[in-house]
Design a protein around this ligand. Structure first.
Ligand SMILES: O=C(CO)COP(=O)(O)O
Length: 245
């Protein structure tokens, strides 16, 4: 089983002084048992690099372009993230799919571009409330995941992280139950063939210090992609500590 991973997705939050405080609180993390990382707004990546360089804490982007360079105003390339020392890049987050109309095919292209630049894509997949109520959860997961697997090939999936983030659990305070999450995680793992055990499958959606341990107790939950609770060092570290096996 891969080492647990806890990643913070700051979304569009932070400021230079607030980040300094938060990063100072995280910098001494010992990653021997649980890997830790933060994904700030891209403009703060240089600040993360300065503060976290030489620490055990990794950093990454929240999105990137599928293109290498050129006339794409407002975009950031995989190579630029690499230049700033990023290890990870979150791709296909439901907020990107919803507000920026990102398709499964675009997300697959971005994953391929990330791997080409030696970044670890953190592929986000998950169903909406309506899809869950219609009994379509696993069909949605299958479509979102298999588009990427078919594009990259199974072997390349060994260099990715998959995050199951049910849309209805994001920012709502209503986490999936450990059983609901485990069912989907086991399904995702079953689709990963020979590389299944080297892929970290994270859960995301209202993970907090008080529900993290019960989620991490499930056999196929290898860590978390944390939104709101990653903005406070104490809460984020409490979640990371709950992931120690
Ligand atoms: O979207 C998420 C992480 O990518 C989850 O956000 P919350 O932890 O705030 O629910």
């Amino acid at each position: 089983m891969a080492k647990p991973l806890v990643l913070g997705n700051w979304k569009m939050n932070g400021s230079i002084p607030a980040n300094a405080e938060l990063l100072k609180g995280l910098r001494d993390w010992d990653a021997s048992k649980v890997s830790l990382g933060v994904c700030p707004p891209a403009i703060y990546l240089p600040q993360c690099q300065v503060v976290l360089n030489g620490s055990d804490v990794a950093w990454g982007g929240q999105d990137m372009s599928e293109h290498d360079s050129g006339a794409y105003t407002g975009e950031i390339s995989s190579q630029m993230l690499g230049e700033l020392g990023c290890q990870y890049v979150i791709l296909g987050h439901s907020e990107r799919r919803q507000y920026h109309a990102e398709s499964d095919e675009l997300v697959a292209n971005k994953c391929a571009a990330a791997l080409k630049a030696s970044l670890v894509p953190v592929l986000c997949i998950g169903e909406s409330q309506a899809e869950r109520e219609a009994g379509e959860t696993l069909a949605v997961i299958e479509r979102q995941l298999m588009t990427v697997i078919n594009h990259l090939g199974l072997e390349a999936m060994a260099n990715t992280v998959v995050a199951y983030e049910p849309v209805w659990a994001i920012g709502t305070g209503l986490s999936a139950s450990p059983e609901q999450a485990q069912e989907v995680h086991a399904y995702i793992r079953s689709r990963l063939g020979d590389v299944a055990n080297s892929v970290q499958i994270l859960y995301g959606g209202s993970v907090k210090p008080d529900n993290a341990a019960e989620l991490f107790a499930k056999p196929d939950i290898d860590g978390a992609l944390v939104g709101g609770a990653s903005l406070k060092a104490d809460d984020f570290l409490a979640i990371a500590k709950a992931a120690v096996r």
